[in-house]
Structure formats: structure tokens, C-alpha cells
Design a protein around this ligand. Structure first.
Ligand code: URA
Length: 287
């Protein structure tokens, strides 16, 4: 069986150092210009650069904005109407005042996202990369910014390893904009209430590619295009190019492990690196 021994990337010293920090060993051909960094020997098996197998793109499902009567009694109120017409500042304001589910009771801050902002009106992609995580944790709830804790440091390292940073050509958002208490998993009704905000963010950002980090991002983004996605393990969907439909475009979606999971399962970092390489490959081929 043949393995693909190289990332196909021209990694510079800084990027290789970053990969070392991530404990990812990438085979590099010996070269006279070697900069003296320790030469890693283990191979990272990468998926063959896949010919895209576009799935039939289907829109993310519409979610009714009504709030159940019991919720209204608990001080909750429906999401504002017209999310799909909102511009970026109006959308951010709607999120900061959202009381559509019980998470508004315990949050310190809403966490809308961070990164390069879209200009209005947008007629072309506003960011290259949209990274979608799960939900704010304690640090993010306090800071009002996604991925600022340990998982965020790893994400920053991963971005740096491919020459990106969170403020340049990248936007980072979560499925949920409010922290679930004690970092429990998001509940389906919370995801249902929050997904329209994410969907509008995608429409306004028009990313060239979306990296779905973790099961909840995968489910929210591919719910309409991958049958029974909720029943599939993440490992089955990574290594492929999926799509979600947004504003008339089929946006490529690459699924990968959540950085918090990678911190607990160090060997899986090599797979996350392969996913990043696949995403880079898709980006390079993007029109
Ligand atoms: N995990 C996430 O999914 N998002 C964050 O913002 C932080 C941790």
C-alpha cells in the first residue's frame, strides 16, 4: 500500500516549529537548506488529495422562531424576526440581546465570534476560512471571545501551522453563542434556537471553506446534506469534502476533531493535521 509521505506543503521553520509544538511529526525531505531543526521521522499518512465528490447541497433547515409557552413564562422571548435579512452589526446586536433559550440566564457574555469582518453589501467571499466550534466555555463566557482557553491555544497553533491567524482571512464562531452551564453538551433545543444566527453569519461571511470542529459543528452544518448525520461518528465524515448551501453557494465543509478532544487524545492530532492539509488543498483549488 502506498502512503503519501509528504504534506505537499513548503513548510518554513516557523511552521515546522509550530507543528512540533502540536506534537505533530511531518516528514520533510532532506534538503541542503535544512535549517537545523530536529528532523522528524514518523510519517503522517495523509488522505490522497481527493477529487471532490460534491454531495447534493441542501439548505440548512429553517427553524421556527416561536418559543414554547413554558419558556415564555421563564423570562424567555422569541428570537427576533428577519434574521435572514440582518446585516452584521444588527445580527451581532440580536445575539447579544437574545433570550430564546435558558442559556441567557447563566451567561456572562454572548460570544458572537472573532476574526475578519465582512463589509456590506458583500457580493463575494469575505473570509477565506470559517472555523466553527461548539459553544463557549468558561473563559470564552468571561472574555466574550471564542476559543481563548487551552483549546483556543491549540487552535491558534493549528492556524499558525498553515500560515493563518484568527484575525486575518479567518473568522471563528460557535454553534452556540452562550455557554452551557458547567460546559455540558448543547441541548437540541438550544442548537435549534442558535443555528439561524450561525446560518446568517455564513451568508454574510461567504467563506471559501468551513472547518467544522467537533460533532456539534458537524451536525449543525451538515444536518441538511448528510442523511442521518447525527447518528454518524465524526471519524466517518472526516477526510471527505462535504458542502452546505448558503446564499446560493455550495460551501465546502471539512470535518475535523475539536481541539479540546485533541488535547485529551494526542495521537489524533495527526489526523487533524491531515484534515487541515485536505482543507488547504480545497482552498488552493477554490476559484
Ligand atoms: N470550545 C468551543 O467549541 N468553542 C469555544 O469558543 C471554546 C471552546
Amino acid at each position: 500500500m502506498s502512503m503519501t509521505p509528504s504534506t505537499g506543503l513548503n513548510l518554513d521553520a516557523r511552521q515546522r516549529a509550530m507543528l512540533q509544538a502540536m506534537h505533530i511529526k511531518v516528514w520533510q525531505p532532506d534538503s541542503p537548506a535544512d535549517d537545523g531543526l530536529a528532523t522528524p521521522t514518523a510519517l503522517v499518512a495523509l488522505p490522497a488529495p481527493a477529487a471532490p465528490l460534491p454531495r447534493v447541497p441542501v439548505s440548512l433547515p429553517a427553524v421556527p422562531s416561536s418559543t414554547p409557552p413554558a419558556a415564555a413564562q421563564a423570562g424567555l422571548s422569541p428570537r427576533p424576526d428577519g434574521i435572514d435579512q440582518m446585516d452584521w452589526p444588527t445580527l451581532a446586536q440580536a445575539v447579544s440581546g437574545c433570550r430564546a433559550c435558558g442559556l441567557c440566564e447563566s451567561r456572562k457574555n454572548t460570544v458572537f465570534g472573532v476574526g475578519q469582518l465582512p463589509v456590506a453589501p458583500a457580493t463575494s467571499p469575505q473570509v477565506d476560512w470559517l472555523i466553527v466550534g461548539e459553544a463557549p466555555g468558561e473563559n470564552e463566557d468571561l472574555a466574550g471571545e471564542p476559543f481563548v482557553g487551552q483549546a483556543g491555544k491549540l487552535l491558534d497553533n493549528m492556524l499558525r501551522a498553515i500560515g493563518l491567524d484568527r484575525h486575518n482571512k479567518v473568522y471563528i464562531a460557535n454553534v452556540l453563542k452562550c455557554r452551557p452551564p458547567v460546559n455540558r453538551n448543547p441541548e437540541p433545543h438550544e442548537v435549534a434556537q442558535c443555528t439561524p444566527y450561525l446560518r446568517r453569519q455564513i451568508e454574510l461571511l461567504q467563506p471559501k471553506i468551513i472547518l467544522a470542529m467537533g460533532r456539534f459543528a458537524m451536525n449543525a452544518l451538515l444536518d441538511a446534506s448528510v442523511p442521518e448525520v447525527h447518528k454518524l461518528p465524526l471519524g466517518k465524515l472526516r477526510g471527505q469534502i462535504h458542502h452546505c448551501q448558503s446564499a446560493g453557494r455550495a460551501v465546502p465543509v471539512i470535518v475535523t476533531y475539536h481541539p479540546a478532544y485533541l488535547l485529551r487524545n494526542l495521537p489524533e492530532k495527526a489526523k487533524a493535521w491531515a484534515d487541515l492539509c485536505l482543507a488547504l488543498d480545497v482552498m488552493r483549488r477554490a476559484p
